[in-house]
Design a protein around this ligand. Sequence first.
Ligand SMILES: [Zn+2]
Length: 459
Amino acid sequence: MTEGLMDKIVSLAKRRGFLFPGSEIYGGVGSTYDYGPLGVLLKNNVRRAWWEAIVQRRADVVGLDAAIIMNPKTWEASGHLQGFTDPLVDCKGCKKRFRADHLVEAHIAGMPGLKEDQISIKDLKCPECGGELTDIREFNLMFKTSIGPLEDAASTVYLRPETAQGIFVNFGNVLQTSRRKLPFGIAQVGKSFRNEITPGNFIFRTREFEQMEMEFFVKPGTDEEWFETWKQFMLDWFVELGVKSDKLRFYEHPKEKLSHYSKRTVDLEYEYPWGWGELWGCANRTDFDLKQHSKFSGQDLSYRDQETNEKYFPYVIEPALGLDRSVLTFLLDAYEEIDGGRTTTTESAKETETVLRFHPAIAPIKAAVLPLSKKAPLTELAEGIRKTLSKRFMVQYDETGSVGRRYRRQDEIGTPYCITVDFDTPEDGKVTVRDRDTMAQERVAIDELSDLIGERCAL
Ligand SMILES: [Zn+2]
């Protein structure tokens, strides 16, 4: 089923309003995507689930929402102005651009026994047209813009390439105002921007994306233990939200390939249709960032332990997750096709059925209300149920087509519960609740519906 799975997800996402190509009527722009009516709900739910697990349920993490545009000195201090680059080559023939490291990787993948350091980009040709390649240039991935009415060097600012720096520069503010002691974390969700040379795989790698990052500040010496704790947390979070554990694994970055600030980096990887890929990275950023910002700003961002009176720069453990990438992962993992269908009503029999088996907590729509007739009193009862439930959940009302058809429309978007209002409902005040995964049906009193769905859709 993995064959063509990406195409199926992209097509379902478009057809049912999860994701549209950005600026589509103008032919799109640079691999951007817009979240449609169902996509925005799914994305909000994933964001909320993360926030709940990492901020709301923990006594040792607080939240933050920093500005996207930061003083450009931030990026000097963080090393991004200097070092946040990818090696770029151009084809002299067709003018296409490539990442040199990707070309080298692709080349050695086809030549068993060959090592990366045994070949140089000069030995390679353009994979598109066979043309000659230019020398490698370092290409900075930060988007540049200017602030204020004058466009000069003094007004140059950057769209942040990671949300983390907004947390580091506010370390002192949070420390003072929230009366925190180590260890504690600051969490943030927000947009980041990277001018990737080769974005791709739908919303896996885009130039504009949303990050869910947390910087956990610890006493040096306890960093390795905390690293293990957060690494485990990452795996548990996805498994609890229903992602298949045999599709998840850890990848340890080799020491020689670590980022300039990192002592250790481990990725939680997911097995995507094109292979294993990074889902959630955990990095031990040491005291690099707080020290750098202290140096560049002249403000002391060290920490004083009130019991021992020791003064030091905390170490930082950073679990950094992409929200868009998470949405893609949940979509792929939840997708299931059932040949011949599960229901046997005549008109829908023998078709392939699609079910998105989302965990109810992240499902865009929690319940659909389906009256068996288009007339009162069933429609009025159904509308009343919709109205009551919508105070707590996203619900849909659907009265068109056979019930089988309506179930399938909801299965395809991952709605965990369908509520049928039938001809007995006016008599007994009960409805039939049908479960998306087991297709089991139970009779439930109307005034118990809200609590039942609330309980089952909780995390
Ligand atoms: Zn070429």
